[in-house]
Design a protein around this ligand. Structure first.
Ligand SMILES: Nc1ncnc2c1ncn2[C@@H]1O[C@H](COP(=O)(O)OP(=O)(O)OP(=O)(O)O)[C@@H](O)[C@H]1O
Length: 893
């Protein structure tokens, strides 16, 4: 059997405290998607690379302290066992690594370690076998048995000392710097001696005598005490709302009858009882009493306990304290995080202004009421005037409230702190305004705008991805009687953020299912979003304990509006985020994406320099999208490749490239070397124009506009049949038939036939195709382009590839208005089109929505009749019978 070799170079992953990975043990390492991409790239390059006969899927895991400072000179080579999406955070993954052997790190490593793509290491054989020798002088077993719970005794007895030493330091909660020290002791005997010293210290600290048979009576479970050491810190900005009624909970009433194993749960109940709602307290009281009677071995015990833990983990009356809205700061924050998006930012700030004003009016009315009820009210019986509204708010913001909303801004009379649980409490401000719905193609910054908004409001942020939610239970939870039942996404979100006034982003609202076998998730969402009901939201899992969602600020995103159910849409105020044009993308890349990716690779801006020309090449040749997500990925690839070059150049002994050879600037000529050949250049308008091929424009469901190349062909030996291919929908096919009929009816005036009765397709079939056959296309908006394709085919006159057209056509040749103009025009601009023919009725859309930069580059031709489009392309001479021919035929129809 051959001894396995480590690859000659390994990607290094930093591992933060309190974890340290030892050989034969495992660690779960959280990684962002960019870090994961970096690791996977490096692992992949090892597969066929220099370490050809080395093991596969191996990484180096290196302990780092605060701010990723490297500590010690040792790490652990590890095999990647699995990679999973983290349930805690968006965009993060958990890499499960299994330690193989200690590795000594080269001196030249930077002191601060982010993921390093590939670090050359001295190739050394390593053995997966654990040395079986148990050094007699350092026998750890008796100490281990003193410290470990009894259930583990039989398992550790057979372990060799080297493995036992590493296991003990990992599971006994030994301090992190001691673990790092032990990782750096490769010699087994020396390591076991050191571990023995540490264990003796632990025993002393815990009051356990080390000699056989004389254990102190106050021995505690060591694993439990470790759990205490590792308990996470409490958040700093949490507070109890002042409206908290006096709790009726009295956990002490359970007295001494509380079983030992339930004590932590009772303690938790005690500490949280002042924050729970009345319903929650009643339910927990009842369930705890029941739980005390259930034997811990029964399945029912687990179910009941988990239920109580869920209730105790919910925020109820806990809120983020500091959420004063400062409009200037909010705008500044949006500007700092996003380039462009002017309309969206303006609308978001307006929304905040209205929200702030309404809340301020509400607080003022509360203040007035307090004064009215207070015994110190003025003698004449009138209340002392409450504090005046902030003048800046009155002067500047009142105008921002749309007239229709001004009435809503007035607080309702008669607010009282309602003690009745069947009516909404009236002592906190609840916004009744619409929910902001950001609509636009993928990657245009919708999610990121919502995040910045949460930051500027000082609210906790949580994203719920609704893509693929088909089951109502995913929103509203499963009833407790089901095995493995869980609350729905909204309750899970509340538990995660631990406050009842977070900002929750409902991502991909358009992808949520409507009705069907598993209920209607969008109806459940509707209830959650309705201010009249959501103060009392019932989750099936929580049963009698409703939760209050009325203080949550909901924001939604979607790629399109068509698939959102209308009652949901009715609750939303739509803000459109359209796609970017090339100069905007270049600006975003320069200001945000490039610095972000450089940082992710552990370098700084002096180590990677990219000029605007290169960024433009990336945008035009390597991406074809409305947003910037793919662009960010390509920039990430460039930066990672530079990080590899940089790391190699720091290793003068291991590599032929000297330190001076590293060139920080990425030139245009480097792009193809690093990213490979561009796949997008072929999608530009073709230069070899031929009759029957015309550029239409399409608008995909994801909000992207693109060129739709229409191809037609005459097939000899046919009978005038029309064949269509390219996954065209019914509406599209009908529109093609209509266009062909129109062209046939004009074949005489177009000079295609010589007599009125002659069939222009005699002896031929017509084949109509739209490439990218896997993508379904539908709709009537390719009418103008289809007519021109048929005319071009039958008259043998090509259409310039720099012209594109869109618009529906009626049987009489009228050009009718279509949707998605802005996206289509931006898509055409991206593809290099110079002239666009559109129905005249779409003129206002072009004028209002298309960015000025695009308008400058493209000539727009607006037409009422299809004949105008034909004349625009080929001139009036196309009519065989002169100018009047077309009008004469029209009169006959
Ligand atoms: N105008 C902008 N300025 C700076 N960065 C931007 C801008 N637009 C997008 N980005 C960046 O692009 C990336 C993708 O954005 P985001 O995830 O917000 O897109 P999205 O519109 O929510 O997409 P999806 O519909 O797929 O969820 C983020 O890293 C974001 O910061």
């Amino acid at each position: 059997m051959t001894t396995p070799l480590l690859p000659s170079s390994l990607p290094l992953i930093p591992l933060r405290p309190p974890q340290v990975l030892f050989p034969h043990l495992r660690a779960s390492i959280p990684l962002s998607s960019t870090q994961l991409a970096l690791v996977l790239d490096a692992v992949q390059s090892n597969l066929g690379g220099k370490g050809g006969n080395g093991e596969r899927g191996i990484v180096g895991v290196v302990p780092v302290a605060d701010h990723d400072r490297r500590v010690g000179r040792w790490g652990c080579a590890a095999r990647i066992k699995s990679i999973q999406k983290s349930s805690d955070e968006d965009d993060s993954y958990i890499l499960l690594a299994e330690g193989l052997t200690r590795i000594r790190l080269p001196r030249s490593l930077p002191p601060v370690l982010s993921i390093l793509p590939s670090i050359p290491l001295p190739t050394s054989p390593y053995s997966l076998a654990i040395p079986a020798t148990i050094p007699s002088t350092t026998d750890l077993l008796p100490l281990a048995l003193r410290l470990l719970p009894e259930q583990l005794h039989s398992r550790v007895t057979a372990l060799p000392a080297s493995l036992l030493a590493d296991i003990l330091v990992t599971i006994l909660g030994v301090e992190w710097d001691l673990k790092v020290e032990l990782l750096g002791i490769p010699d087994i005997e020396a390591r076991c001696t050191r571990v023995k010293e540490i264990l003796l210290d632990l025993l002393n600290n815990r009051g356990i005598k080390s000699s056989e048979g004389s254990i102190d009576q106050k021995q505690e479970n060591p694993l439990k005490s470790n759990a205490l050491i590792l308990r996470p810190k409490q958040p700093l900005t949490l507070s109890s709302s002042s409206r908290t009624p006096k709790s009726t909970a009295d956990p002490s009433k359970f007295g001494d009858t509380v079983p030992e194993d339930l004590k932590p749960l009772f303690e938790l109940y005690q500490s949280r009882s002042s924050e729970l709602s009345k319903n929650a307290i009643e339910t927990v009281d009842r369930e705890l009493k029941r739980l005390c009677k259930i034997p811990p071995q029964s399945a029912e015990y687990g179910v009941a306990r988990t239920y109580i833990e869920w209730i105790l983990a919910l925020p109820f009356k806990r809120v983020s304290e500091n959420y004063e809205i400062n409009l200037k700061q909010a705008r500044k924050r949006l500007d700092e995080d996003h380039e462009g998006l002017e309309k969206v930012k303006k609308r978001v700030v307006e929304y905040l202004a209205v929200y702030r004003l309404k809340r301020q009016l509400f607080l003022e009315s509360q203040e007035k009421k307090k004064l009215l009820n207070s015994p110190t009210a003025a003698e004449d019986g009138k209340p002392k005037s409450a504090e005046k509204l902030d003048e800046e708010v009155e002067n500047n913001l009142l105008q921002l409230i749309p007239a229709s909303e001004r009435q809503n801004a007035q607080p309702t009379e008669g607010h009282t702190n309602n003690k009745n649980d069947d009516e909404p409490p009236t002592d906190v401000y609840r916004d009744k305004g619409p929910i902001l719905l950001l609509v636009g193609p993928p990657g245009v910054g919708k999610t990121s705008i919502a995040k910045s908004l949460a930051d500027s409001l000082g609210r906790k942020f949580h994203r719920i991805s609704l893509g693929g939610v088909r089951d109502e239970a995913e929103i509203r939870g499963h009833r407790r009687t089901y095995v493995g039942a869980l609350p729905g996404l909204l309750v899970q979100a509340m538990r995660k953020v631990r406050v009842s006034n977070p900002l929750i982003l409902l991502d991909e609202l358009d992808k949520v299912g409507h009705g069907g076998f598993h209920g209607d998730p969008s109806a459940a969402l509707l209830e959650a979003l309705d201010p009249a009901q959501n103060w009392n939201f019932h989750d099936h899992y929580l049963g009698d304990v409703p939760i209050d969602l009325s203080q949550v600020l909901f924001i939604a995103t979607a790629n399109q509006l068509d698939s959102i159910s209308w009652p949901l849409l009715d609750r939303c105020e739509v803000i459109e985020c359209s796609g970017y044009i090339t100069p905007e993308k270049v600006a975003i890349a320069k200001k945000f994406l490039l610095p972000k990716q450089i940082k992710e690779c552990g370098l700084d801006s002096s180590q990677i320099q990219v000029d605007e020309g290169v960024l433009e090449k990336l945008v035009v040749d390597y991406t074809r999208e409305a947003g910037v997500r793919n662009l960010e990925r390509q920039i990430g690839k460039l930066c990672r490749s530079k990080a590899v070059e940089y790391s190699i150049s720091r290793e003068p002994n291991e590599s032929t490239i000297s330190r001076e050879a590293y060139e920080p600037t990425i030139a245009s000529s480097d792009i193809e070397r690093i990213l490979g050949v561009s796949h997008h250049s072929r999608e530009r308008p073709e230069s070899d124009v031929r009759p029957g091929v015309v550029n239409g424009l399409s608008y995909s469901g994801s909000g992207n506009g693109n060129l739709l190349i229409i191809e037609t062909l005459l097939v000899p030996g046919g009978s005038g049949r029309l064949v269509t291919t390219g996954r065209l929908g019914e509406v599209f096919r009908e529109s093609i038939e209509l266009c062909l009929t129109w062209v046939k009816s004009r074949s005489l005036s177009l000079g295609i036939t010589n007599t009125p009765s002659e069939n222009p397709l005699k002896g031929y079939n017509v084949h109509y195709h739209i490439p990218e056959g896997a993508i379904r296309k539908d709709g009537p908006s390719a009418g103008i382009a289809t007519v021109l394709a048929f005319v071009s085919l039958l008259t043998g006159r090509p259409v310039s590839s720099e012209i594109a057209m869109t618009g529906e056509m009626s049987l009489r040749g009228s050009c009718l208005r279509i949707g998605g103009v802005k996206e289509k025009v931006i898509g055409a601009h991206r593809a290099g089109v110079k002239k666009i023919i559109l129905p005249r009725t779409n003129r206002p859309d072009v004028m209002a929505d298309v960015p000025e930069l695009v308008k400058k580059d493209i000539e727009f031709v607006f037409v009422d009749k299809i004949e105008q489009a034909i004349e625009e392309v080929w001139g009036k001479e196309i009519w065989a019978g002169g100018e009047g021919a077309s009008a004469k035929v029209d009169a006959r129809l």
